[in-house]
Write a protein that binds this ligand. Structure first.
Ligand SMILES: Nc1ncnc2c1ncn2[C@@H]1O[C@H](COP(=O)(O)OP(=O)(O)OP(=O)(O)O)[C@@H](O)[C@H]1O
Length: 82
């Protein structure tokens, strides 16, 4: 009892957060801070039929702010990660 976090030799973390985002979880803030490579924005145009079907469903949920968990299953090398 009575010890401060400053008593430990921890790195100082500075995080500038917009006021309307103060209540968001750190994991969400970390994801929002990721810089998306330009080519990733056009990657949707290269998806095959099955990937596009999954992509459209996922993007609809994102755009309509629905909380959904997706489980994508398939044999190795069939393009799940792509
Ligand atoms: N639509 C696509 N256009 C071009 N290349 C693709 C496409 N989909 C997948 N690929 C390529 O096919 C290969 C396998 O894809 P990916 O790694 O996404 O498969 P995976 O199902 O995630 O594999 P694993 O289950 O083994 O991790 C990768 O080299 C990927 O770049």
């Amino acid at each position: 009892m009575g010890r401060s976090v400053k008593d430990f030799d921890l790195p100082i973390v500075y995080l500038i957060v917009a006021e309307d985002r103060l209540t968001e979880k750190r994991e969400i803030l970390d994801e929002l801070a990721v810089t998306v490579p330009l080519e990733d924005y056009s990657a949707a145009t290269t998806l095959n039929e099955e990937q596009l079907a999954a992509y459209d469903i996922i993007m609809d949920c994102i755009n309509f702010e629905q909380s959904v968990i997706f489980f994508i299953d398939g044999p190795g090398g069939t393009g799940k990660t792509y």
